[in-house]
Design a protein around this ligand. Structure first.
Ligand code: MLT
Length: 316
């Protein structure tokens, strides 16, 4: 029987489907890299979320490995070239957590606009600081969406429903798709200059690494509010801190960090930062969907050679 390692915490549907398909799931979340390296050779497939980093060292130790599934969209925790070199297919589940992630970004935007986390903490502390928490409206404001793929498009749709104007920057966004979404396309510089809120929905690539930096911030409106539910690596965190201190950035809502888990951070304790621990996709709904998809995709590949959402499919 082919063995599938579930290396991160995944909804129980994952194990159930693998069993039903006649595979042998082994549910062992939270292993240290050394422990994983010692047993990785036993498995035909591995399912991960974001906690496990599948390095080239681990992939090369996985003698029987045929497939890796990421229950989620970002594959930046998997050494895809190392997998490709070993003819291991890497699949993600890019649509399963789209709505949850987009909804978190919208919730973060509202939290920023109305200081909800700070007002909540203050009210619980019995302070009744009515004047301190004056916010801003979203209606009529411009939201800049950087990266208008699956998640960015849902954020844009929800923002239009809130009567915001939406500018989108995405080299892959065609004029037809922009028209269909009801957004206006913009260059990055135009988006920076016109947006009251900016939200990032890009994947981690050399081109997006550190794109939210001092030079970009200098082109933004003074008092811009920024939401990052994409990847921490998009930000040069020290540049953002400086801009939060000077008021160039009025507020940051951040779900992702350069180094995770982030138990200490230069943003923590800042009044104008709303921080969450990479939970944008953490809803019951999304986790059931991505766990089911990951299990089905692995079973389809191991049992029938069918590749679904293979990020390295064309290179194998
Ligand atoms: C993803 O890439 O799917 C999200 O960031 C969710 C996650 O990593 O847990």
């Amino acid at each position: 029987m082919m063995k599938v390692l579930i290396a991160d915490k995944a909804d129980s549907i994952c194990e159930k489907i693998l069993k039903e398909k006649g595979l042998e799931p082994v549910n062992k979340p939270g292993m240290k890299p050394e422990e994983l390296k010692a047993c990785i050779g036993d498995y035909e497939a591995i399912i991960v979320r974001s906690a496990t980093t599948l390095t080239a060292d681990l992939v090369n130790a996985a003698a029987k490995l045929k497939a890796v599934a990421r229950a989620g969209s970002g594959v930046d925790n998997i050494d895809v070239p190392a997998c490709t070199a070993k003819r291991v297919v890497v699949m993600n589940t890019p649509f399963g957590n789209t709505v949850s992630t987009a909804e978190h970004a919208v919730a973060m935007m509202m939290a920023l606009a109305r200081h909800i986390p700070q007002a909540n903490a203050s009210t619980h502390a019995g302070k009744w600081e009515k004047k301190k928490f004056e916010g801003v409206e979203l209606t009529g404001k411009t939201l800049g969406v950087i990266g208008c793929g699956n998640i960015g498009a849902v954020v844009a749709d929800r923002a239009l429903g809130l009567k915001m104007k939406v500018l989108a920057f995405d080299p892959a966004l065609t004029p037809e798709r922009a028209k269909q979404l009801g957004v206006q396309t913009a260059s990055l510089d135009e988006l920076y200059a016109k947006s009251d809120f900016i939200t990032y929905h890009v994947v981690m690539l050399p081109a997006t690494k550190g794109m939210l930096n001092k030079a970009a911030i200098a082109k933004m409106k003074k008092g811009v509010r920024i939401i990052n539910c994409a990847r921490g690596g998009v930000m040069i965190e020290a540049d953002i801190k400086e801009a939060l201190q000077s008021g160039q950035i009025a507020g940051l809502a951040c779900d992702v960090y350069v180094k995770e888990p982030a138990t200490e951070h230069i943003f923590f304790g800042m009044e104008n930062v709303v921080a969450t621990p990479h939970i944008a996709a953490s809803t019951k709904d999304a986790q059931v969907t991505v766990a089911r998809q990951a299990a089905e995709q692995i079973a389809d590949y191991l049992l029938a050679g069918k590749k679904t959402n293979a990020v390295n499919g064309k290179d194998l």
